[in-house]
Design a protein around this ligand. Structure first.
Ligand code: SAM
Length: 284
């Protein structure tokens, strides 16, 4: 059966690409557009509000059409759901870090990571699909995310001990998740492999975001190996109300769930693995 969609429509959201504009500048533009854009865009701009959890996210009423908005065209705003903006904040990469994005295209989260890092450091972004890697490169160019190095490659085939990965501080894993079985299979493999890929780093963070029923089970499957490598589950968004389902995995309270019918954005799941005294990210 086709997915009937959420019971209540979600607010439309747009992430301010802080590589191009501050949130204050974006709000100023939206509320008082330049004269040539005023007639078409001024009314919409009055409805923008900063999301209470994510400081770089603007919310508009459901159905607001921003596709041909000048700030979207220029890459200053990225049309992105709130749930899709949570993993980069959870990972909270710092300027100067080397970060891996294992499943990167079309690059919404990669460009978000670049913005959070102020384009300082580097993001090695893997994408195995040739056409999608071009979209990733296009979006990196549009958003001015120059610290992204997009690679057309299978992340699972990389050589984890290669010197270029020795300094990796964090990895974001956002595998395809159209069916829960697929996501389960992929995450089952990706998470332990990815944890292993960070072995050489001083400390490391791994965040995963997937839509799948078996989210907690996936984490449960890799937990022992992650612990053995020195990782623990950290607490992204401590104020967030919906956590992992208790009883399915040890430490379910550390996991973040997003319910598409209750939370006003896409269904999502975030697990943040942290090593060596790292406090974990999250802005809520
Ligand atoms: N993170 C992206 C974003 O926020 O825009 C969305 C990623 S999408 C859910 C998953 C992507 O991972 C797909 O483009 C898929 O081709 C890619 N992918 C899946 N397995 C991969 C692998 N082993 N190596 C590299 N890319 C992979």
């Amino acid at each position: 059966l086709p997915d009937p969609g959420p019971t209540t429509p979600h607010p439309r959201t747009a992430r301010v690409n802080t590589l191009k504009m501050s949130v204050e500048q974006a709000l100023q533009w939206l509320r008082q557009p330049p004269p040539e854009h005023r007639r078409k865009w001024e009314a919409v701009g009055q409805l923008a509000a900063v999301d209470p959890l994510l400081p770089d996210l603007l919310a508009f009423p459901p159905g607001t059409d921003l596709h041909d908005h000048p700030l979207v065209a220029s890459g200053a705003l990225v049309l992105q759901s709130k749930a899709s903006c949570m993993p980069a904040h959870a990972l909270a990469p710092q300027s100067g870090w080397t970060v891996v994005d294992a499943c990167a295209a079309p690059g919404n989260k990669t460009t978000h990571l670049a913005a959070l890092m102020s384009n300082r450091g580097s993001i090695v972004a893997f994408e195995k699909d040739a056409r999608r890697v071009e979209r990733l490169r296009g979006n990196a160019a549009l958003t001015g995310a120059t610290c992204i190095e997009a690679r057309h490659a299978d992340f699972l085939a990389i050589e984890p001990e290669a010197p270029e990965f020795a300094g990796v501080r964090a990895a974001l894993l956002d595998p395809s998740c159209s069916g829960s079985g697929t996501a389960f299979t992929r995450m089952d493999y990706l998470l332990p492999s990815s944890a292993d890929r960070l072995k050489g780093g001083q400390d490391g963070r791994v965040a995963g975001g997937v839509h799948a029923r078996e989210n907690e089970s996936v984490v449960a499957d890799v937990l022992e190996e992650a612990f053995a490598l020195g990782f623990r589950l950290a607490d992204p968004f401590p104020a967030w109300h919906r956590r992992g389902v208790a009883g399915l995995v040890e430490g379910a309270q550390h996991l973040v769930r997003v319910d598409p019918d209750e939370d006003g954005t896409d269904g999502f799941f975030v697990a943040l693995f942290v090593r060596d005294g790292e406090g974990g990210g999250g802005s809520g």
